[in-house]
Design a protein around this ligand. Structure first.
Ligand SMILES: [Mg+2]
Length: 219
């Protein structure tokens, strides 16, 4: 269960700009305050943004529709302004050769935006995105892990030992709430010490040591 932002890639400011533009289009209000996005679900962020700006006449669904349109209009900028993080492609490729591993996404992003980010870096084929957990499933990240596991077990007809890989304490706590293996990777704004303190079972500076990463994920 891979987190996307700051775990697999950095998308530049493309999604944040799309978010702000969509907000003003849908609500007619000027953007005032940018919340902390890291590790949170889009439903959670949306609720905060609406509250801070005093929005009452709009649903998250209507906002997300416009947000997705904005992201699609600027999706060519992800690869231009963003970057794939060290070791990611090699780790995904190595795990992709194993028939005892299903790789998917557990991300706070709405599904269409998750797909656009992954596609921008040529990673679409690495994941079974259909069984992923997304920021439209629930505002609480732990629920995304649960939904992902349920979707995977329903589709594949077997039980899985979930592994959550992410860059924030939110990823770690969501894993722990589901008895999943929590692997922290310090390529975002959270340090290795902070990820360990949050309870991660393993912490990596980044994914550049492919063999070590594979060993941890498949242990
Ligand atoms: Mg992240």
């Amino acid at each position: 269960m891979w987190d996307i932002d700051h775990t697999l890639l950095r998308g530049g400011d493309v999604a944040a700009r799309a978010w702000m533009a969509a907000f003003t289009e849908v609500t007619g209000l000027a953007w005032q305050a940018t919340p902390a996005f890291a590790g949170r679900t889009d439903l959670d962020i949306c609720a905060e943004v609406f509250a801070v700006h005093g929005v009452t006449g709009c649903t998250p669904e209507r906002f997300f529709d416009r947000y997705v349109e904005q992201v699609h209009a600027s999706r060519h900028l992800f690869a231009e302004r963003g970057t794939l993080l060290p070791g990611v492609r090699a780790v995904l490729d190595a795990l992709g050769t194993r028939d005892d591993v299903v790789q998917t996404l557990v991300t706070g992003n709405v599904p269409q935006v998750a797909a656009a980010k992954i596609a921008a870096f040529g990673l679409t084929g690495a994941f079974d995105a259909e069984v992923g957990g997304y920021g439209t499933d629930d505002s609480v990240r732990a629920t995304l892990v649960r939904r992902c596991r349920e979707r995977a077990e329903a589709k594949y007809g077997e039980s899985f030992r979930p592994v959550v890989i992410g860059d924030t304490a939110h990823d770690v706590s969501a894993a722990l709430a589901n008895d999943a293996l929590a692997v922290g990777v310090a390529t975002g704004g959270t340090t290795m010490a902070e990820l360990a303190h949050a309870g991660a079972h393993a912490v990596l500076a980044d994914l550049s040591d492919v063999a070590a990463t594979i060993d941890i994920i498949t242990a």
